[in-house]
Design a protein around this ligand. Structure first.
Ligand code: ATP
Length: 298
């Protein structure tokens, strides 16, 4: 096998709560994560040179050590030395710095691809153990599906899949720093917390109408104050008959949940012709059977 192509799926947070700030500066979270159909594609080819070359369709994406794909290769090679060089192409479709874990998804797909290409036979658990060193979202991007994420995001419990629906993503043209959002979140105040436990019950019932009204993200209390456009997009989505709309991760992407594809398409067309943002994607939840389904070998 000389080359492998792996899909790197984005995630949204159906629920995001922050429990406390830890003495080490990190935050303990309680999040419900969901993989969605929107994905990048990573192609890894063996070469006879000793170097690693990364290219991508996005001119502004770093292709050196700053890229999480590069970091994933380095981490893999420290543990499982390889003799070849690598040519890697990232076909990027997941909006960058959007709260959709695009970089973590690419890192996870790279670990899956290298494991296949060099026949290292690491289990999913072993890959997750390796992946957490690249970022707290990487283990979930390896696991995929629907999961409860606790600790700093690395403690994962798989959940019943979220009910079928259409998901509309709108990324406004604003930059949000994850670090800044967490630093400005004051948990001492009387702050509204999402009811993650009720969401877990709703997921068990597999009913989108009881799940959607419970979806919530505590980080919106910071980002909407600073970027009112996020609040405006949420309201517009609801006007367009979304069951609910909220921000993913630390933003700025807003996603709307629709129980009907026609309503979702109508909202998609509206946002495409509006000035709310250039990156608008209509997608669905992604339900993985096994990770091998998303790998193509040549
Ligand atoms: P998080 O919520 O973890 O901050 P995000 O989904 O908001 O992630 P990403 O798309 O992962 O954001 O990008 C965050 C930063 O990571 C960007 O500044 C980008 O330059 C850098 N980065 C490194 N590698 C990648 C990659 N393969 N794809 C996207 N961004 C990458």
């Amino acid at each position: 096998m000389n080359s492998v192509t792996v899909k790197a799926y984005a995630k949204i947070n159906l629920g995001l709560d922050v429990i406390r700030k830890r003495p080490d500066g990190y935050h303990d979270v309680r999040m419900i994560m969901q993989t969605i159909g929107l994905h990048d594609t990573i192609t890894i080819k063996k070469t006879n040179f000793q170097s690693v070359t990364i290219r991508s369709n996005l001119y502004y994406l770093p292709t050196d050590r700053r890229n999480l794909v590069y970091k994933a290769v380095e981490l893999f090679c420290i543990n499982y030395p390889i003799r070849n060089g690598l040519n890697i192409y990232i076909s990027k479709r997941i909006p960058v710095a959007a709260g959709l874990a695009g970089g973590s998804a690419d890192a996870a797909a790279t670990l899956i691809g290298l494991n296949k290409l060099f026949q290292t036979d690491l289990s999913l658990e072993e890959l997750m153990h390796l992946g957490v060193r690249l970022g707290a979202d990487v283990p979930f991007c390896l696991l995929m599906g629907t999961a409860l994420s606790e600790g700093i995001g690395e403690i994962l419990s798989p959940l019943a899949p979220m009910p079928e629906c259409s998901i509309l993503l709108v990324k406004p043209d604003v930059s949000v720093s994850t670090k800044h959002v967490y630093e400005n979140l004051s948990l001492d105040e009387e702050i509204w917390h999402p009811n993650i436990t009720a969401m877990l019950d709703a997921l068990k019932k597999n009913n989108i109408y009881s799940l959607a009204p419970l979806m919530d993200n505590i980080l919106e209390s910071i980002t909407i104050k600073e970027h009112p456009i996020i609040g405006e997009i949420k309201e517009k989505m609801k006007d367009m008959e979304a069951l609910t709309a909220l921000m993913s991760g630390s933003g700025p992407t807003v996603f709307g949940i629709f129980d009907n594809q026609h309503k979702a398409e109508k909202a998609y067309r509206f946002f495409k012709s509006s000035g709310y943002g250039k990156q608008i994607v209509l997608t669905k939840p992604y339900y993985p059977e096994t990770i091998s389904k998303s790998i193509r070998e040549t």
